[in-house]
Design a binder for this molecule. Structure first.
Ligand code: PLP
Length: 434
């Protein structure tokens, strides 16, 4: 078979998959080790046809896939890889460019800078910020905190208990201490309780992982400016919502941040992985990361994006983001974000209207935190049962020391009917536990 024929078969597989993903069990219904046990323990001596790879993908691997592309994936932060982004990933792999310095792939470097500027415009960010792409928010935050350490000489990272674990992990890697600030009753960092002694950075979260709460960025910006502390904003999930002007209330103060991370792979319909990091102090990132060995020295008067983060080799990630931005446009992105928020609001209304159920945190964007009036064990059993049914996939959190169920809308294929099926699936298992 030729590349063309195998390629056509792979594309056909992808198209069929997207057509039927809503019919597959959302959470993989397998036991640990089951998939590996079905695969040969040793590699083949002679090459096999690509068609065999596709066959095994269908027959062996697919049952072990949790379908993030399913319209009833409501766990964690639901997102989706849009079709233009999927195709651009194929093209990026075809080019296989490795953009460690400008000349190793000028278009990759320049398109990355351009797409970050475009995205900044779409999200209403200040002009002139420097943007580049890392694989994940975890790495973007490592880069931001390394710059903060470099610039301030501080030893402490300040954040709330609801900050993502990647913040503490980044601090640990950088030899910094983490100081947790208490929360107010809406799960926001309490600005009045911040202690900036010896601080390198404050990490404010816009859209926390548990509840999507929004930390008081303007007050934190005041405190950071006064103390000479770096302000990093983690808007990994909620930053994409700023494409809609009516959701920009949550952007207050972000223009005063030193760095900002937004994951295009979370809620900007771009395939994993694509984390956008902006800074208004690019020189601090360069001071933390730039290290040019002799073999990479050139006379090119151009920017090298590997000077802004830990990795030298850089994939052509901007191609997929560019494809999504071009094929959806501002209007297409807004329509999808608005629909997710509408569906979450609808679901929230059903929970509020159902006796015995409560909403456990204010709904800010497209995530609803809720629970049944029973015990933690009962709520956990509800989640376990719906997930085992394959009908939908939910995740949970703990709030005020209680087990809380989370329903996150974000997949572009999710319809009102999917959300309705989710609620009836949840109600369907709940009575068994009473
Ligand atoms: C608020 C927030 N920040 C950071 C992260 C880490 O993202 P990544 O998986 O891209 O490292 C997450 C993950 O869900 C998150 O919710």
């Amino acid at each position: 078979m030729s590349f063309r024929e195998d390629g056509a078969a792979a594309l056909d597989w992808a198209a069929r998959y997207l057509d039927r993903v809503g019919d597959l069990p959302v959470l993989a219904q397998v036991e640990p080790g089951e998939i590996r046990a079905r695969l040969p323990a040793s590699p083949p001596e002679l090459g096999e046809p690509f068609a065999d790879v596709l066959r095994d993908l269908d027959e062996i691997l697919l049952p072990g896939i949790t379908h993030w592309q399913s319209p009833r994936f409501f766990a964690y932060f639901a997102g989706s890889a849009a079709e233009p982004g999927i195709l651009a990933e194929l093209l990026a792999a075809t080019l296989n460019s490795v953009g460690f310095i400008w000349r190793t792939s000028p278009a990759s470097t320049e398109l990355e800078a351009l797409t970050l500027d475009w995205t900044a415009q779409l999200l209403g960010l200040p002009d002139g910020w420097h943007g580049h792409i890392e694989d994940t928010a975890s790495v973007s935050t490592i880069a931001a905190l390394a710059a903060a350490r470099e610039q301030t000489g501080g030893r402490v990272v300040v954040c709330s208990d609801e900050a993502h674990s990647s913040v503490e992990r980044a601090a640990r890697l950088l030899g910094l201490e983490t100081r947790k600030v208490p929360l107010d009753d809406e799960f926001r960092l309490r600005a009045d309780a911040v202690d900036l002694t010896d601080a390198a950075a404050v990490v404010a979260t816009v859209g926390t992982t548990s509840t999507t709460s929004v930390d008081p960025v303007p007050e934190l910006a005041d405190a950071c400016e006064a103390a000479g502390v770096w302000l990093h904003v983690d808007a990994a999930y909620a930053g994409s919502a700023w494409v809609c002007p009516e959701l920009r209330w949550s952007q207050a103060g972000v223009d005063r941040a030193d760095s900002l991370v937004v994951n295009a792979h979370k809620w900007l319909f771009t395939p994993m992985d694509c984390s956008l990091l902006w800074t208004r102090k690019p020189e601090a990132l360069r001071a933390a990361f730039s290290l040019v060995p002799e073999y990479l020295r050139t006379s090119d008067e151009a920017e090298h994006l590997s000077d802004y983060g830990p990795a030298l080799g850089r994939r052509f990630r901007s191609l997929k983001l560019w494809a999504v931005l071009r094929c959806y446009g501002r209007a297409g992105l807004q329509a999808r974000i608005r629909e997710a928020v509408r569906l979450a609001e609808l679901f929230e209304g059903w929970v509020r209207g159902e006796p015995g159920w409560e909403v456990c945190a204010p709904r800010r964007f497209s995530v609803v935190c809720f629970r049944h009036e029973g015990s933690d064990e009962e709520n956990e059993a509800i989640v376990e049962r719906v997930n085992r049914s394959g009908e939908l996939f939910l995740s949970h959190t703990r709030l005020n020391d209680r087990y809380v169920i989370r329903l996150a809308v974000g997949n572009e294929r999710t319809t009102e009917e999917d959300v309705r099926r989710a609620w009836s699936g949840i109600l369907g298992v709940a009575p068994d536990l009473a």
